[in-house]
Design a protein around this ligand. Structure first.
Ligand code: SF4
Length: 352
C-alpha cells in the first residue's frame, strides 16, 4: 500500500490512472493543507478511480480508539490503535493564548527506561513507521480544525525516544516541513531527546531550523544514570559536546528540560552541576514539575515543592540563564509529561 505522505508514489499512481496533475494537487491540498476527512479528500478525484485510490493508498494507518478530555485544562489524550493492535497515545494541548499543539509518539513503548516514566515501564515493543507518526498529526489537525482551531505546533515528546527511531522521525520531519505537504514552520516543531549524542548532531546538521530539546534532568553522572538508564552509554561530557555542536549548527539556544525531584535533582550540588554543564552553551532551561507515575514509588521520587522550584529557578536566573518554570497540562488524564501509557497500552501495568 502507498503511504499517504509518499508524494512520488501518489504521483505515479495518478499517472497510471490518468488522473490529471491538477486533480492530484487538489487531493494533496485537501489532505495536507486543509486536513479534510478522507471521504472529502477522495471526492476531489474522478469517481471511476476512487475505489483504486481507496484500496491502494493507506489513508489512515491508525484508528482513534479512545479520547479523554481534561476537566481542568485544555488537554485531550488520544489513544490510537495500529494495524498490528499496538496502542499508542498522542496529546492535544490547547493553551489560553489560543495556541494549539500536539505531542506525538514515535515508538510503541520505549527502551530508555527512565525511572520517572510510565512508557519506560513498558519496554520497547517496536518503532512507529513514518506514516504512523504523521497520521497522529493529521488526525490531531482534523480534530482541532473541527473546533475552529489551527494546529501550528508539534512536539515529539510522547511515547518513545525519537532518536532511537531516527530514520522514521527524520522522514516525518521532512514531510512536516515540506511546503507541498504539511507545511509546518520549522521553529514550531520540537524533537525532544534524552540525549543520543551522535544522532543529535546529525539531526541538527540536517534540520538546523527545527528545535531540539534535551531532557537532561540531572547534570550529575551518577544521578542521571539512575534517572535515565539508557544514558549509561554516554557520559555527560560527551553529551555536553553534542549540545555545544547542536547550538553551533542551529545558532540559537538549545532547550533543556529539567525535572525537579525533591532531594534528587534540586540540591545545591545539582544547581552547581547544572550551571557547569550549560556554561558557555546558549540554552533555555525548562524546569518541569514531576507528575507522579504508578510504578515509580519504590524509587522514592517526589516532585520538588512549588516554593523550592521557584527558588531553584530564581538562582539560575540570577546566574544569567534563561529559565521557564513550565506548567504541565493534562495531569488529570495521565497525559502530562512521563505519564503516557499509564492506562492504555499493550503491556500497561495498570491497564484498564
Ligand atoms: S521519558 Fe521519554 S525517553 Fe524516557 S522512557 Fe519515557 S518515553 Fe522513553
Amino acid at each position: 500500500m502507498i503511504a499517504v505522505h509518499d508524494l512520488p508514489a501518489l504521483r505515479a499512481l495518478a499517472r497510471r490512472l490518468k488522473v490529471p496533475e491538477v486533480e492530484l494537487r487538489r487531493v494533496e491540498k485537501r489532505l495536507f493543507k486543509h486536513r479534510m476527512p478522507v471521504d472529502e479528500v477522495l471526492a476531489a478525484l474522478p469517481p471511476a478511480t476512487r475505489t483504486v485510490w481507496r484500496n491502494e493508498v493507506d489513508w489512515a494507518p491508525l484508528e482513534l480508539v479512545s479520547r479523554q478530555d481534561s476537566a481542568v485544562d485544555g488537554a485531550s489524550k488520544l489513544a490510537f490503535q495500529a494495524r498490528d493492535g499496538a496502542v499508542i497515545e498522542s496529546v492535544l494541548l490547547r493553551f489560553h493564548t489560543g495556541r494549539s499543539s500536539v505531542c506525538v509518539s514515535t515508538q510503541v513503548g520505549c527502551a530508555a527506561d527512565c525511572a520517572f516514566c510510565a512508557t519506560g515501564r513498558l519496554g520497547l515493543k517496536r518503532n512507529l513507521t513514518t506514516a504512523e507518526i504523521l497520521d497522529q498529526v493529521l488526525q490531531a489537525a482534523r480534530l482541532f480544525h473541527a473546533e475552529g482551531r489551527t494546529l501550528r505546533n508539534l512536539v515529539f515528546m510522547g511515547m518513545g525516544e525519537p532518536l532511537h527511531n531516527e530514520v522514521a522521525v527524520r522522514d516525518a520531519v521532512e514531510a512536516l516541513r515540506d511546503p507541498e505537504r504539511f507545511n509546518f514552520t520549522e521553529r514550531h516543531i520540537v524533537v525532544s531527546t534524552v540525549g543520543v549524542p551522535a544522532a543529535m548532531v546529525r539531526f541538527a546538521e540536517r534540520f538546523p531550523g527545527v528545535n531540539l530539546a534535551l531532557s537532561l534532568h540531572s547534570a550529575r553522572d551518577e544521578v542521571r544514570r539512575r534517572l535515565v538508564p539508557t544514558t549509561k552509554r554516554h557520559s555527560l561530557t560527551e553529551l555536553r559536546a553534542a549540545a555545544a555542536a547542536v547550538t553551533a549548527r542551529q545558532r540559537r539556544p538549545l532547550m533543556i528540560e529539567y525535572l525537579l525531584f525533591d532531594g534528587v535533582t534540586d540540591t545545591a550540588a545539582d544547581l552547581a552541576a547544572l550551571q557547569a554543564f550549560v556554561a558557555g552553551i546558549p540554552v533555555h532551561l525548562n524546569l518541569i514539575p514531576f507528575n507522579p507515575v504508578a510504578g515509580t514509588e519504590p524509587l522514592g521520587l517526589r516532585g520538588t515543592p512549588p516554593e523550592r522550584r521557584e527558588a531553584f529557578g530564581a538562582a539560575l536566573k540570577r546566574a544569567g540563564l534563561k529559565v521557564t518554570l513550565r506548567r504541565s497540562l493534562g495531569a488529570d488524564i495521565d497525559g502530562a509529561c512521563g505519564q503516557l501509557a499509564r492506562r492504555v497500552g499493550p503491556a500497561a501495568p495498570d491497564n484498564d
